[in-house]
Design a protein around this ligand. Structure first.
Ligand SMILES: [Zn+2]
Length: 323
């Protein structure tokens, strides 16, 4: 299928002074991280010349702005998934970042930027004296493969980070697929944990139709594989086969709702709609063998995320058994 690899990192921070966030925490988290990364390591800013853009690790991570919102940047954020918006001193604060392909070599920059961001710039609303934001300290970093019960501690306490060996590959995806197939011979449940925002024919998708969801996922999978594993685009025969299978999948139970989220785009300097579908959908396959073909892509999508605003934490979902 693919040689693409993904390093999935779980950051555990300890809150030092109260952090107040909006309901959708990914936007603030990614915004603070991005601006701190630039302040620390890149003097050129977003308008840097092409040579700088090629050489600078920060520009590599951050500057692949297509302007369309359909970003193919080498990372995604997964914000804390609870409803909690206020984090008091001493409380833990956990979020994840996935890095695609060779972007994992930038791990040291990422770790330092997260730690510096927490201690200096802070996070969330400026609720403290002098318009300071709440501060946190990075206390633990782990590599996590969600498809295996495997966790590798890369850093604990001080800031010496060991190099990760636990990396998500096709092998772990396929093993998980087999495990799910053994349990799910009929329906599959997809729980959308952060807003999934898909646009079809310039309209927002308000019902989680499987065909559209899967097509966007496959487009993203193919593009990421091309961009970060130097592989050719998916051949049209396979593409058409998968899409027609996906279009025949039925939405049999829809417990999704629309979650409105307003954010701010620094790049565009205007308010940005981040809302999308959240909740659970149950899908029924057209034939008993369909999941065998579709499931590997669905699993990859769990660590790639789908739809708009994935770099801000949008489009996080979890697969489960629906019957
Ligand atoms: Zn730069």
């Amino acid at each position: 299928m693919t040689q693409l690899t993904i390093l999935n990192l779980r950051f555990t921070a300890q809150v030092e002074t109260t952090i107040q966030l909006a309901e959708f925490k990914g936007s603030a988290l990614r915004g603070a991280w991005q601006s701190h990364l630039r302040t620390l390591y890149c003097s050129a800013g977003a308008t840097a010349d092409p040579l700088h853009q090629q050489l600078c690790p920060v520009c590599y991570l951050l500057s692949r702005e297509t302007g369309s919102g359909a970003d193919r940047r080498p990372y995604v954020f997964r914000p804390p998934l609870s409803d909690q918006t206020r984090f008091e001193a001493g409380e833990p604060f956990v979020f994840e970042v996935s890095l695609f392909g060779q972007a994992r070599n930038l791990l040291p920059y990422l770790v330092l930027a997260v730690n510096e961001m927490g201690l200096n710039q802070g996070l969330g609303q400026p609720i403290h004296a002098g318009r300071q934001r709440g501060r946190f300290r990075l206390v633990q970093l782990e590599a996590v493969d969600p498809f295996r019960p495997a966790v590798e501690v890369l850093m604990k306490g001080d800031l010496s980070v060991s190099w990760p060996t636990l990396i998500i590959t096709e092998e772990s995806v396929m093993a998980k697929a087999e495990q799910l197939l053994a349990q799910a011979n009929k329906d599959l449940a997809v729980t959308f944990l952060t807003p999934m925002r898909l646009i079809v024919d310039r309209k927002l998708l308000r019902r989680p139709e499987f065909g559209t969801f899967f097509q966007r996922l496959l487009e993203r999978w193919s593009a990421l594989r091309q961009q970060f594993a130097d592989e050719t685009p998916l051949d049209s025969l396979t593409w058409n086969r998968l899409i027609s299978l996906a279009q025949a999948v039925q939405l049999v139970k829809n417990d999704c709702r629309w979650q409105e989220v307003r954010g701010h785009s620094t790049r565009l300097d205007r308010a940005q709609e981040l809302g999308g579908l959240v909740g659970q959908a149950i899908y029924h396959p057209p034939e008993s063998g369909s999941w065998r073909e579709l499931l590997p892509y669905l699993l990859w999508g769990q660590v790639m995320q789908v739809g708009k605003n994935v770099v801000k934490g949008g489009g996080v979902y979890q697969l489960g058994i629906g019957n």
